[in-house]
Ligand binder design. Structure first.
Ligand SMILES: [Zn+2]
Length: 400
């Protein structure tokens, strides 16, 4: 499918550029973001993005290591041997485009319209990657003998299964005794403008696949059958209305949700022989996996449900206490934008959960996330430059 720019659109773009205030029309961060968007990297592809980043980082004194696991590309780069180790983390893969005809320009040909840069990955999270690289280049030029060390942990498998990406790199790093003290994940954490929200943790996510066993039979002879829908219903009512905990000042209480449920043969006169359900628990750090599992199973047993249940843990919760990292980053946001960022633990899981296992303080700070995973994903050009400024100031505050 080709995307032809209409003449009228083209003049609008040109006019838009001419009407911009007399600052540099193309910052280094914007140019690098465009370069990365132009590399089609639908998960788990990297599209050559990590090579571009590695070359830039090597040029300012980083040691580069490429770690390929399965079909996933990972980059680990370090500058300096001292502590603390401040690591920027992120991913080069993007989600699929969705229907191309709904995009107003090619998702892999970055285009600026009315101050917004359009393209797949513009917000999630190639602008974040570009800002980390250019902020680091500027900081190293300013302070070649900085304190501590700067690291990059970049994967091409965050949007996919997330098994051979950051999780595997962290295992490799732990096995060799490497450490990360502070980690800034460049995911799009903000709401309206860059810096208005920092994620300081995430809830855990525990899923179950449940089969409730019954005995199939004729509807007219219920005494000869056992209806699994009926045996599960009271247990389900209790699980969905239960107060699992109160959460705490940073986290919402545990929530139990059914995601899928099915039973029945399709015929109107047959009692089903089994019921299948999938459910998920999002839980705060005050909960334990063992307590959640035993509570669910105790409720099922108490209601006489005959069942088989398989558990899947997709992420343990993490939470970063007030510490030097949060103080340094919050001060950087304030200095660059004047904002006092909201501190949130909302949203889905991220690779921060794996890095937190290293004992690192982890937080997520990036551009606004309103258009991520949608068609016509975009980021405002000014938000990209603001993020560069915040990262640079954070480096000064923490390692300067
Ligand atoms: Zn992302």
């Amino acid at each position: 499918m080709s995307f032809q720019v209409e003449h009228s659109d083209y003049s609008k773009i040109t006019m838009g550029l001419l009407n911009q205030p007399l600052k540099e029309p193309m910052s280094a961060t914007l140019t690098l973001t465009q370069n990365l968007i132009a590399r089609n990297s639908v998960t788990p592809a990297d599209g050559g993005c990590q090579a571009v980043m590695a070359e830039r980082l090597a040029a300012v004194g980083f040691q580069i290591e490429r770690l390929r696991y399965g079909n996933v590309d990972n980059l680990w780069a370090v500058r300096g041997k001292a502590q603390p180790v401040l690591c920027f983390a992120g991913h080069t893969d993007v989600v699929p485009t969705g229907p191309l005809e709904q995009w107003h320009s090619n998702p892999f040909e970055p285009e600026i319209r009315d101050g917004l840069l359009y393209g797949r990955g513009a917000a999630d999270m190639k602008s974040g990657l570009a800002a980390m690289v250019t902020a680091t280049e500027a900081f190293v030029a300013e302070k070649p003998d900085h304190h501590g060390a700067i690291a990059f942990l970049i994967t091409s498998d965050e949007e996919g299964p997330s098994v051979e990406g950051t999780k595997q790199v962290v295992e490799t790093l732990l096995a060799r005794g490497a450490r990360i003290d502070w980690c800034i994940v460049g995911e799009p954490s903000s709401e309206k403008q860059t810096g208005d929200m920092i994620k300081i943790g995430r809830r855990g996510s525990l899923s179950g696949r449940l089969t409730v066993h019954g005995v199939q039979g004729h509807i007219a002879y219920p005494q000869l059958a056992e209806n699994p829908v009926h045996s599960f219903a009271p247990a389900l009512a209790e699980l969905t209305s239960r107060v699992w905990d109160q959460g705490d000042e940073h986290f919402q209480p545990t929530s139990f949700q059914i995601s899928n449920m099915s039973a029945g043969t399709g015929a109107p006169n047959v009692i089903p022989g089994e019921l299948k359900a999938r459910f998920n628990l999002r839980y705060p750090p005050v909960q334990t996996i063992a307590a959640l599992k035993s509570t669910v199973e105790e409720v099922l047993r108490r209601h006489g449900v005959r069942y088989t249940l398989d558990w899947y843990l997709s992420g343990e919760p993490f939470y970063t206490q007030q510490g030097k990292l949060l103080a340094g980053v919050t001060a950087a946001v304030k200095a660059v934008t004047g904002l006092s960022p909201a501190l949130s633990t909302g949203g889905g899981t991220s690779d921060g959960r794996f890095i937190a296992r290293m004992g690192a303080e982890v937080l997520e700070l990036g551009v606004p996330n309103a258009t991520i995973h949608k068609v016509n994903e975009s980021v405002s050009v000014s938000d990209i430059d603001t993020l560069h400024g915040i990262y640079l100031q954070a480096l000064r505050n923490l390692l300067g």
